[in-house]
Design a protein. Structure first.
Length: 532
């Protein structure tokens, strides 16, 4: 009867996928999901003995100490800013005032727009920062043992990544620089992003031998990708004409993104755990629509002279974004209070307490390494139905005319990411075994960025994290807290090395990503585990 009720709980937890969540998996992520893992630097590949093993080590589901319901909520604050640069004579701007990094280095053609009459000479590019709401990452999982050798779990997982960003006043795309209104400097890269990614997951762990476990987790992911930026009507390899700006708002979704996570867990000695794993998830292949607003800075209307904003929606748009696969390894040593139980769930039932690592170890230390094939993300591909057009409207002396402008059917957004290595070191110290535990950790990730293609959507930069956390057990409930600060690499892309082009209907496009990218993150997490 208890197993029947527990199975219902697994299915119920798996169905709870209506809570929104942000971001992607793989090289898009930072360490790490879950309150306890976050507090120990993400060093949990070989330690996970709760339902989070679904993510870190499915094989260890075979060592669950009994039925558990886990809820974690993580809040990530990103402090990120971009300062654009441009300099005459470097292949970026030719109409400058001799002063580098000013708006008029690259800006041309403001007649008929809200900037008509503005003097951009000697006006520096203003710094624009991400002022979006913090990213919330909820996790709801249930796990249990079916037999002494077999454990299962299911529920909702989400990636640990920043999914919401907003760069300046996205309503009108204008920012002030010393009292002068100028176009937002990041407009051709990104104005706003809202990425929602959910991963309902179910997994199983089996122990064919007391010292060997194998596991498998299957994911059915789905995503909503919402990007807002500016594109150009007519490109110019040297200059940007604000009168040719087109506001571009893409909203797409993919309702089936399969994924798999496999692992093997070896216990060569009662104090030692060794884990090897592989994780893969299919590319996001989304479809939806794009709203194009030509003359987005236009000052005209049906009755006023100037360029007239004109909105056109194009359906059946496609969006493809590859996701990296990863290989992972974990090595853990634990100072045990008593020998490891062959059947941890049976031992818990017999003793009337939770027989897990918090109760039966004094301390542990773990080192994890992960290889991420981030070079999978070479580019985004945005497809538009062939023969699609948008209208370009102008009011010239009371004469209102609209001309069709063809939209390219294939649009590429290069990223050129590099493969990454992630290293994590951390551990727990059980101050009062079975009642109070503290943990510390550090994490390090190599950079996946090619500075020539650095941009604002995701930041797989080199990062170093410091982590801390604690757990208190009150009866059958574990309450956990964690905090991490990530020091992230500053990327400076000079005008001469920048290669990211704006999207333009008529080539050649201008290169628009030169500048300095600065960021760091603070992550807080609260977790509750009910040992049923």
């Amino acid at each position: 009867m208890r197993h029947s009720l527990s199975l219902v709980a697994v299915l119920t937890a798996t169905a709870l996928v209506s809570v929104p969540m942000t971001a992607f998996a793989g090289g898009y992520e930072f360490p790490s999901l879950g309150t306890r893992p976050l507090g120990r630097g993400g060093a949990s590949f070989a330690r996970s003995d709760d339902p989070l093993a679904l993510l870190y080590d499915p094989a260890n589901l075979a060592s669950l100490p009994g039925p558990q319901l886990l809820f974690n909520a993580t809040l990530a604050f990103e402090d990120a800013c971009y300062t654009r640069s441009s300099a005459p004579g470097t292949g970026v701007g030719t109409n400058g005032d001799g002063v580098p990094n000013t708006v008029d280095d690259v800006t041309l053609g403001s007649s008929g727009t809200k900037f008509a009459g503005e003097n951009f000479a000697n006006v520096p590019w203003p710094t624009v920062c991400n002022d979006a709401i913090p990213t919330v990452m909820p996790t709801l999982l249930y796990g249990m043992k079916l037999t002494p050798e077999l454990g299962i779990a299911g529920g909702l997982l989400v990636p640990s990544a920043i999914g919401f960003s907003r760069w300046g006043d996205t309503k009108d795309g204008i920012i002030s620089s010393g009292g002068t209104d100028v176009p937002i400097p990041s407009r051709y890269q990104l104005l706003e992003s809202k990425v929602i990614f959910l991963q309902p997951t179910i997994g199983v762990g089996y122990a064919p031998h007391p010292r060997l476990k194998v596991g498998l987790a299957l994911q059915w992911g789905f995503a909503v990708v919402d990007f807002l930026s500016n594109t150009a009507t007519f490109g110019n390899s040297m200059l940007e004409a604000v009168q040719a700006d087109v506001r571009t708002h893409m909203v797409t979704s993919d309702l089936f993104i399969p994924g798999i996570n496999v692992s093997t867990h070896w216990v060569p000695h009662d104090n030692v755990d060794v884990m090897l794993g592989f994780r893969w998830q299919d590319a996001v292949r989304a479809s939806g629509h794009i709203d194009f607003t030509t003359n987005t800075y236009g000052s005209g209307s049906e009755t006023e002279p100037g360029n007239v904003p004109e909105k056109t929606r194009i359906h059946d748009v496609t969006f493809k974004a590859p996701q990296p696969w990863s290989l992972r390894m974990g090595l853990r040593y634990a100072d045990r209070i008593k020998p490891r139980a062959v059947d941890s769930a049976g031992a818990s039932a017999a003793s009337g307490r939770v027989e897990d690592s918090m109760a039966n170890e004094r301390w542990d230390v773990e080192f994890d390494a992960q290889y991420e094939h981030s070079s999978s993300l070479y580019q985004y591909v945005i497809g538009v139905p062939s023969m699609s057009t948008v209208g370009v409207t102008a009011n010239t002396g009371g004469n209102v005319t609209t001309n069709p402008l063809p939209v390219p059917s294939t649009n590429l957004v290069p990223h050129n990411w590099q493969d990454q290595i992630s290293l994590r070191l951390g551990g727990d110290y059980n101050i009062l075994p079975g009642f109070l535990a503290t943990r510390l950790g550090v994490s390090f990730e190599t950079s996946g960025v090619d500075p020539s293609y650095m941009q604002l959507d995701f930041w797989p930069v080199q990062r170093f994290g410091v982590h801390a956390g604690a757990t208190i057990r009150l009866g059958r409930f574990d309450l956990s807290v964690a905090y991490a600060h990530f020091f992230q690499e500053t990327i400076t892309t000079s005008p001469s090395e920048a290669k990211l082009p704006q999207l333009a209907a008529v080539p050649p496009p201008a290169v628009t990503n030169a500048g300095t990218y600065m960021s760091n993150m603070d992550v807080f997490s609260l977790g509750l585990t009910w040992n049923l």
